[in-house]
Write a protein that binds this ligand. Sequence first.
Ligand SMILES: [Cu+2]
Length: 316
Amino acid sequence: MLIRNFAKASCAMAALMLAGCEGGVLDPKGQVGIDEKQLIVIATLLMLIVVIPVIVMTLYFAWKYRDGRDHEIYAPKWAHSKTIELVVWCVPIVIVGILGVITWHSTHKLDPYQPLEHEAEPITVEVVSLNWKWLFIYPEQGIASVNELAFPANVPVNFKISSDTAMNSFFIPQLGSQIYSMAGMTTKLHLIANEPGTYKGISANYSGAGFTGMKFNAIATPTRDDFNAWVAKVKREGAALGPESYRELAKESSNNPVSYYASVSDGLFEQIVMQYMHHHQMPAHEGMAMPAVTLHGQSHEQVHASESSNTTGGEH
Ligand SMILES: [Cu+2]
């Protein structure tokens, strides 16, 4: 009876816990997310090979050698057992070895900077975290959107990510791992959606008062035509995004509604990145293009010419 109740309770618990996984990393909809889930499951199972016997033995020995059991087998002269030594050393060594190999492999395979192998032509999206909203610039389509991201399913997306504020973290849990957005530099992420759908996008890094409203929908459209229709809608409904309107957009706001920009001035993303780079010598980071003009209207070379007279330059 007790055991049956216990079984019922654990079934209910498992159901509850699994229900909580919907829409998260354990419910992946993209290749990267699927690989990561596999990694989580394998690593957990491998570790359970040690954890489960240890818990069982703890309970068993506590019961077997409990106080009041005088007639139990008792071996006071016992000192050494080769079998026990072998088991307690070999099993963990083998598991750590296997985990090491898996970690080595998957760290390289799932490197967020590495483009995904896929027959479809990838699309590029430039992501900027602002206080407190996400700006998505589509350099190939010449459009931009705020708090809404769209891309075709089964097409790899190359994200170039930066920030015009504190550090944030770009994260679409169902598609794959998060990557930080940082002012003055570009990080990269490559994701793909294996099936169409609308996935939640968040920032996984707290960044102040309006942080909770910093969410977006990542829409994986069924076909490229559907994506093109979305682009056409943005072009129809949006305003222009240039340095002026960008400064307006970059002002603090919370729970920003979805908004569209029908055109984007050339190199806006690079300008957003480079406005923090005045104290740097020439480009040192991979992926940092050198724009002709910064958001403050001065060329980077001008800024540098005036700086190099009194500083040694920020080599890093
Ligand atoms: Cu730097």
